[in-house]
Design a binder for this molecule. Structure first.
Ligand SMILES: Cc1cc2nc3c(=O)[nH]c(=O)nc-3n(C[C@H](O)[C@H](O)[C@H](O)COP(=O)(O)O)c2cc1C
Length: 117
């Protein structure tokens, strides 16, 4: 399944700007990913999409923005994948160390919560 994630940039109740829209989309996407994974599905989130095309094809109204997309499905046999995608998918995942983005007191200063061992 290919899902387009669309945010409303205005609150329905008062039509004011909704600065939390993208934050909420992230939360919803994370919740969906956890639930899908617990059901044996895989989720691949993508921002490399063409929002203007999505608006035209699906007639998405003004004040709504297509922000991201997700492919949701069952993992295929890696042998069926093109070599570049196979290499990427089978590579060990690398995550930034927490000290690089969990700060305390000043931007860029690692929090003792993540530097103590
Ligand atoms: C918000 C967001 C946007 C992303 N956009 C793309 C994208 O446009 N194309 C892509 O191939 N991967 C994109 N990714 C990365 C993949 O969804 C995935 O997280 C990455 O391949 C790492 O795989 P893993 O989650 O299995 O470790 C994006 C991830 C996030 C969270």
């Amino acid at each position: 399944m290919l899902v387009l994630s669309v945010v409303s940039l205005r609150f329905a109740k008062n039509n004011k700007d909704n600065r939390a829209a993208v934050h909420d989309l992230g939360l919803a996407s994370a919740s969906l990913s956890v639930e899908a994974t617990s059901r044996g599905l895989s989720v691949h989130q993508m921002i490399g999409i063409l929002p203007d095309n999505a608006r035209a094809v699906y007639q998405i109204p003004e004040h709504y923005e297509t922000w991201t997309a997700m492919a949701i499905g069952y993992k295929a046999d890696p042998a069926l994948m093109p070599d570049d995608l196979k290499t990427r998918d089978l590579a060990p995942r690398q995550r930034k160390p927490l000290k690089d983005f969990v700060f305390a007191n000043q931007w860029g200063k690692a929090s003792p919560l993540v530097t103590k061992t």
